[in-house]
Design a protein around this ligand. Sequence first.
Ligand code: ADP
Ligand code: ADP
Length: 238
Amino acid sequence: DPVLRLSEVGKGFHGTTVLDGVSLDVPQGQFVALVGPSGAGKSTLLRLVNGMHLPDSGTVRTLGENPAACSRSRLRALRARVGFVFQQFGLVGRLSALENVLMGSLATLRLPRYGVMSYPRALRIRAVEHLDRVGLADRRFQRCDTLSGGQQQRVAVARTLLQSPELILADEPVASLDPAASMVVLEILKRISAEDGISVVCSLHQVELALATADRVVALRGGRLVLDEPAAGLAAER
Ligand code: ADP
Ligand code: ADP
């Protein structure tokens, strides 16, 4: 079974069609860039994958589950297996990088009351290992609001990794970063996908970045899937 399968998915809001007959299979370990202009339906597609939205027609299967048929507790369990990275990093600025990563172990991202030492030692070690993977182990005690945007997004990726996700959804993760920082973040996501066999679906509005980093480029336009190609082939055509 693919990690993710959308079959003829349709979704609208208040009578306006946002996604129309979208079909997509994502196998394990693939890094998929989802490109398209603003309003094309990228966020909506990602939200359908983890059950934040339910389709009006067609079916979604995520990690073998159909979010539309899940009970609340089953949906919660499914979401725990799906990491989500946002454009706005969602970090707590006054807390350290390490504390923010440790928050990934909490069922809900509420403020930990007692700081780093309130977490089990094994978890603290894993959190530092994840910070090391995103190149920020030496910044672990630094407050997040003193890190650059790119560094903050890397902390958010490390926080997601602590959740041991089987699938990572990234909604415009580099939209607020400069090109160099964007490449660093996308290369990290690509490495994680390749090394850990985690599928990543990452929305981007910059096609160039998609071609430079993704395994596969899927394009949405006006709610329809208009292109689905290996990134290498597309890059060669340019
Ligand atoms: P993208 O991520 O590609 O920019 P979105 O999925 O955010 O596109 O939005 C696609 C369209 O759906 C937009 O026109 C947006 O205004 C609309 N839309 C998204 N979410 C909602 C919602 N919850 N209610 C109403 N309209 C929505
Ligand atoms: P993003 O660019 O991150 O997709 P948006 O500004 O498009 O963020 O949307 C922010 C929130 O508002 C989302 O929850 C989205 O579903 C919702 N939304 C977007 N467009 C509309 C709309 N036309 N009506 C109601 N809710 C909307």
